[in-house]
Design a protein around this ligand. Sequence first.
Ligand SMILES: NC(=O)c1ccc[n+]([C@@H]2O[C@H](COP(=O)([O-])OP(=O)(O)OC[C@H]3O[C@@H](n4cnc5c(N)ncnc54)[C@H](O)[C@@H]3O)[C@@H](O)[C@H]2O)c1
Length: 510
Amino acid sequence: MERVLSAADTVAIVGAGTMGTGVAQVAATAGHWTLIYDTRPGAAKKSVEDIRAGLERQLFRGKITDRELEKLLSRLHPVELIEEFGDARLVFEAIVEDLGVKQSLFKKLESVCGENTLLTTNTSSLSITAIASALSRPANLVGMHFFNPAPIMKLVEVVSGVETSREAAEAVYETAVMWGKNPVHARSTPGFIVNRVARPFYAEALRLLEEGAADVPTLDAVMRDCGGFRMGPFELMDLIGNDVNYAVTCSVFSAFHMDPRFLPSLIQKELVDGGLLGRKTGRGFYDYSASTEKIRPSSAGPGTPPTAILAEGELGIMEALIPLWEEAGIQVTRKAGEEAAFILGDVRIALTDGRTATRRAADSGNSNTLLFDLALDYRQATRIALTPAAGASEGALQAAIGLFEAAGKEVSVITDAPGMSVMRTVCMLANEGADAVLYRVCDAAAVDIAMQQGVNYPLGPLAWADRIGPGRVLKVLENLQHAYGLDRYRPSLLLRRIVESGQCFLGRSG
Ligand SMILES: NC(=O)c1ccc[n+]([C@@H]2O[C@H](COP(=O)([O-])OP(=O)(O)OC[C@H]3O[C@@H](n4cnc5c(N)ncnc54)[C@H](O)[C@@H]3O)[C@@H](O)[C@H]2O)c1
């Protein structure tokens, strides 16, 4: 039975809201005769008008021709009755996120459509297996999870429930490829890939804020300017809407039977309860009213630049800092040593390993210990977060600030939080990705594709773990677990296996 779609096949869209409209445009662009249905009177027609308005903007900018615009629009057809879906080879559902409503829609579709019609749902949080349980042909139901805006975002999670046939999932995957998307296969589990693996990006930032590690603009700036993320977690939560972001966290937390890894944040709940939902209400973590002055991230004043430093041990990813210091006229002398660190007289400056600076000072017997955060790329980073041990002198802090300023970085001094900001977030993202692979949600490559294409991460979390070293990621998580005494930071069994076998995440089958 040949089920892969061709451009000549009809595609039908149910639900002419944000996602249905976006996917209708994608299907029509790929050449399909595209039917659109919505229970709300006039919604399907409005959907076509919205697509026309968007295309006219593209026409104005010279991105498409008149002919292309008219051709594309001629393929879009609002319909009054769902019975008109009889010829569709693929139905894409993007209606309200409600199990009962989706089940009764699909039951109706089964009676209208042919046996070989692919039934796809854009659900973000419902189980494909649960939706399919109401159907007489559950093998034909596949999750086709697009990201907003659908015409632009490349990722599609192709989600299989217990009864989804391999053939149907493959056909949907190939259809997404034909539509110019970058699909990944996923098993129907809470949050699928993106909404699960992304949780620590918000959760660790919220935790750091709750603990008073730094203020919102500083934590955002560190994740952007040091971690290389396009947006900081707080500006992103304000953009998504705190209500939406909090609801996703609560849904994943409850679906995982209250696993502490997904514990929702009280700070975010307070904003939601107070109607401070983010950009859409003018106030969230930030105040968007025109009269309010933007609060800048905190940057340390000029420190004391050194003339010479000792670089001890194997520097690995930190090696990129050495030429920056040499270009700034600082003499760098190498020294063998067990632990990588930069030494200025009696001051020891090292990359965070998940212990607090104060713990590390106690372990090494040197109170003048300071730690810095992970950077995506130490050459490109424009900011470095730094934290002093409780007993470090003001002179030691100024020397460490001066050292990073000499490399052209702004320095944000944060309080002594275990694992700092970028390091603990990236390790937790990699840990969640590892667990998704361990529990057969998807393979390792899919984790990274999903996070890069679905939420624009600068590097996939598993490739990032490979780059900084799976052993280091494991150590950071073990130290975090010890520092907090919380199960939340427990390392994934897959991460342990990778470390014990000397492998890395990518380049293995997953
Ligand atoms: N908005 C997003 O960013 C996003 C991203 C990924 C997935 N999703 C999922 O996509 C689905 C749709 O989300 P949306 O944001 O496009 O919603 P939306 O509210 O913009 O649109 C939903 C549309 O469905 C129509 N509708 C409701 N019940 C219907 C029914 N029984 N039959 C036909 N039409 C019906 C409504 O009239 C409305 O026009 C949801 O399952 C959501 O979880 C949304």
